[in-house]
Design a protein around this ligand. Structure first.
Ligand code: AKG
Ligand code: FE2
Length: 327
């Protein structure tokens, strides 16, 4: 595939920078330093970055993609048997028409399945992390989901190590905060569009709640980011590229130095309404007790304190209520 052509968007330019994670994980000291600077400026200026050589095995992505497709093609009653009461959608299935962006009255045109952290039965965190349901109808769904979850955790951890260095923190600052963190792997299905949507789009503009998001499968098109000039730019990742963005927790921790950029998924042109879209974001969350108080060095005369102290758990609770997942 012609990478350049593929990555040109509606403005005729790449909407987001591109970095190579192996420069950080396998490179020389000079490569690592360059990577930290590239990632840091991407997160500070754009809030989004494309990543190649991210270490997430292609086969695993492809196989989980196929398993997710199989799940979403099950009868709706079967899918709904994986809807778990009182879990705010944090495990299992959430049906079409439930989630909406915080400012929006209409629900997004999507259904999804969420997989949460895996810990052993006797782990002190077990009460926080209920079991993920096994999807009996789709062979391998549970194991593939678990494998992909772990792979995303590992790549996300490497990216946060680079960001810690960029922020002048200890390289391992985030490690204990994301070990057994409350991350969520979400398989999203945007079904074919069958009638003129009133106001709804596939995913209304929003910012992500978590530290960072790692996204595969956006290649079907539709993802757009809002740049500083308030233009919507298409994100068109190349083959094997994943899209990473800063979420509100990392923006909050860095007192808006790293930016959680607004994004959305638009409906395709009418000729492509029959095409469904499947994407797989991994929302990397810390443990609930992580303190999101703004880092001292990010509060300056030019950048006065923007946020009150809060923990990640309290913040997540507040946000899940706003988007209609928690009552
Ligand atoms: O489907 C996509 O490409 C992005 C979805 C998204 O932004 C989200 O679920 O937070
Ligand atoms: Fe998002």
């Amino acid at each position: 595939m012609n990478q350049n052509l593929n990555q040109e968007n509606n403005m005729g330019k790449r909407a987001i920078p591109l970095v190579d994670l192996e420069k950080f994980t396998k490179g020389s000291e000079a490569d690592r330093t360059a990577f930290v600077a590239e990632l840091g400026s991407a997160f500070h200026e754009v809030g989004f970055v494309g990543v190649i050589n991210h270490g997430i095995p292609k086969d695993l992505v492809d196989d989980f993609y196929k398993a997710s497709k199989a799940f979403f093609s099950l009868p709706v009653e079967t899918k709904r048997s994986y809807e778990i009461k009182d879990m705010a959608g944090q495990r299992g299935y959430t049906s079409f028409g439930k989630e909406h962006a915080k400012q929006s009255q209409v629900a997004d045109l999507k259904e999804f399945f969420q997989i949460g952290q895996f810990v052993s039965k006797d782990d002190p965190r077990k009460p926080e992390y209920p079991d993920n349901p096994d999807v009996k109808e789709v062979e391998g769904f549970y194991e593939l989901g678990k494998g992909l979850y772990k792979a995303f955790e590992k790549s996300g951890g490497a990216l946060l190590r680079a960001i810690a260095i960029h922020l002048g923190l200890d390289e391992n600052y985030f490690d204990p905060k994301i070990t057994k963190g409350n991350s969520i792997l979400r398989a999203i299905h945007y079904p074919p569009i069958t009638e003129e949507p009133k106001n709804a789009i596939r995913a209304e503009q929003h910012e992500d709640i978590n530290l960072i998001t790692l996204l595969v499968g956006a290649s079907a098109g539709g993802l757009q980011v809002l740049n500083a000039q308030k233009e919507w730019l298409d994100v068109v990742p190349g083959e094997g590229e994943i899209v990473i963005n800063v979420g509100d927790m990392l923006q909050r921790l860095t007192n808006n130095y790293l930016i959680s950029t607004t994004h959305r998924v638009v409906n395709p042109p009418k000729a492509e309404w029959h095409k469904p879209r499947l994407s797989i974001p991994f929302f990397l969350h810390p443990v609930s007790e992580m303190d999101l108080t703004c880092l001292q060095d990010t509060v300056t005369e030019e950048r006065p304190l923007n946020y009150e102290p809060i923990t990640a758990g309290e913040y997540l609770d507040e946000r899940l209520r706003e988007i209609g997942l928690k009552k």
